[in-house]
Design a protein around this ligand. Structure first.
Ligand code: PLP
Length: 380
C-alpha cells in the first residue's frame, strides 16, 4: 500500500533494527538496519515467510530505491536513452560491449523468445530433468518437442546425459547454471567445452539467473564465451534475484550481435520501449556492488541456519550455490506446503520427479529462526 508520504519518511521508516544475539554474530557485528532499508514503501514486512519463490527477501538496495523515487517525475516519458545507458552499465559489469546485450521484460522474455526459435519449424528443445521450465514450456505451447536428459544420482545436471539425448531435431539446448530447483553448478571448464562443442549443432542457452549468489570457485560465467566472439551461445541474467527487482521485470541476454538481432525478432517488445522506472532502478542496482556483498553474506548466513536444522533432524539436503536449498522431507512436498502454511510459512511447490523434496528459498537471516521453529514444531 503506497501512502502519501515523503521520500525522506519512506526511507526513514524503512530502517528497523532487529535480531537476536546469535543472529547478530552471523551478521558479523554489522547492523542490518545500517546496511539496507527494509522492504516495502512504508517499512512493512509481510507476516508470511515467503520461502517458495526464490525472491530477494530484503528488497532492492537503498540506492536503488532512491533511484526509483527520483524517476517518478519522468513517468510520462518514453525515455529511449535509458536502455542504452543500462546496456552500457551492465556491459561494464561484465566487460562486454552493448551490441552483445539485449534487455528483456525479465529474463523470462528472453527465455520465451528462444523457446519460439526452437518452435519455429516444430523443432525440439533439449533440457535437464528437472530444471527451470519457462523456456521449454513456452516452446511446447508453440509446437516444439522437449527432450529431457536425466540428472545424475548426485543431484547435478548431467552433460553426458545431454550429449546422449541430443538429436538433429534439437534447435535449442537449455542449461540453467546454477540450476533450479537443484541449486548446484556445472564446473566451468566442463561447461565451456560442452558449449563450444554443442553450439556447432544448436543454440546453447545458459540461464545464469542465480550466478551473482554463487561463490563456488568451480563456477564460471559463460559470458566469457560470448565476449570471446563465439556464436550460437546465449547467456541470460536477471535483475529479479540478487538485485531484488522482480516486480520491475528487467532481464538480459548476452550473445553475439548477429544472434542478438535474431532474438529481437522473437521478442514481443523492443528494449527501446523498456519502462523508465525499471531502467532507472536497474542502472542504480548494477552500480551498487556493495549491495551484492551484503546479499551474499546474508544469504550464506540464512543457508547456514537451514543446514544446521537439516543436520540436527537428519534431513538429506543439497548444499546451495544459489539463494535456495532443496531438502528431502520424506513425505509429499504438497503436504509439507500445507502444514507449513498453518505457520505462515510458504515453501516451494513440487518439482517432479522430486516429489518429496522441498525447495526452500532463503528469507532474511533474522527471520530464519521463525522457519526453524515452525518446521520443528510440525515435523521435528
Ligand atoms: C532459473 C530462472 N531463470 C529465470 C527466471 C525468471 O526470472 P525473471 O523473468 O524475473 O528475470 C527464474 C525465476 O524464478 C529462474 O528461477
Amino acid at each position: 500500500m503506497i501512502k502519501n508520504i515523503t521520500r525522506r519518511e519512506w526511507l526513514a521508516k524503512g530502517s528497523v533494527a532487529v535480531g537476536t544475539a546469535s543472529i547478530a554474530s552471523l551478521l558479523g557485528g554489522q547492523s542490518y538496519a545500517a546496511t539496507v532499508e527494509m522492504p516495502g514503501p512504508d517499512g512493512h514486512v509481510d507476516d508470511l515467510l515467503a520461502m517458495g519463490g526464490n525472491e530477494n527477501p530484503y528488497g532492492p538496495s537503498k540506492k536503488t530505491k532512491e533511484a526509483i523515487l527520483t524517476s517518478f517525475h519522468e513517468l510520462s516519458r518514453y525515455n529511449f536513452s535509458l536502455p542504452v545507458e543500462l546496456k552500457s552499465v551492465v556491459g561494464a559489469v561484465h566487460n562486454i560491449s552493448a551490441d552483445h546485450i539485449e534487455i528483456g521484460c525479465g529474463s523470462n522474455e528472453i527465455l520465451r523468445a528462444v523457446g519460439l526459435i526452437a518452435a519455429e519449424n516444430n523443432n525440439a528443445v533439449l533440457a535437464a530433468d528437472p530444471t527451470f521450465y519457462s523456456l521449454y514450456r513456452h516452446s511446447q505451447d508453440h509446437g516444439s518437442n522437449t527432450i529431457f536428459a536425466s540428472s545424475t544420482d548426485k543431484m547435478t545436471l548431467s552433460l553426458d546425459a545431454m550429449r546422449s539425448a541430443m538429436t538433429d531435431d534439437v534447435k535449442v539446448i537449455y542449461i540453467c547454471n546454477p540450476d533450479n530447483p537443484i541449486p548446484t553448478i556445472i564446473e566451468e571448464n566442463e561447461l565451456k567445452e560442452f558449449c563450444l562443442e554443442m553450439s556447432k549443432r544448436a543454440i546453447v542457452i545458459i540461464d545464469e539467473a542465480y550466478a551473482e549468489y554463487c561463490q563456488n570457485p568451480d563456477f564460471g560465467s559463460m559470458i566469457d564465451l560470448v565476449r570471446e566472439g563465439h556464436n550460437n551461445i546465449i547467456v541470460t541474467r536477471t535483475a529479479s534475484k540478487i538485485y531484488g527487482l522482480a516486480a520491475l521485470r528487467v532481464g538480459f541476454a548476452f550473445a553475439h550481435p548477429d544472434l542478438i538481432k535474431k532474438l529481437m525478432i522473437f521478442k514481443t517488445s523492443s528494449s527501446r520501449m523498456s519502462g523508465g522506472v525499471a531502467m532507472h532502478a536497474a542502472i542504480a542496482a548494477y552500480k551498487d556492488s556493495d549491495y551484492l556483498d551484503f546479499m551474499r553474506k546474508n544469504t550464506r548466513n540464512s543457508l547456514k541456519i537451514a543446514y544446521n536444522m537439516f543436520e540436527e533432524l537428519n534431513i538429506p539436503y543439497i548444499k546451495s550455490d544459489t539463494n535456495f536449498t532443496l531438502f528431502d522431507a520424506g513425505i509429499p512436498t504438497v503436504e509439507v506446503g500445507k502444514r507449513m502454511l498453518k505457520h505462515n510459512v510458504k515453501v516451494g511447490r513440487p518439482f517432479p520427479p522430486l516429489t518429496t523434496w522441498v525447495r526452500l528459498s532463503m528469507v532474511q537471516t533474522e527471520q530464519m529462526p521463525r522457519f526453524v521453529e515452525a518446521y520443528k514444531r510440525e515435523f521435528g
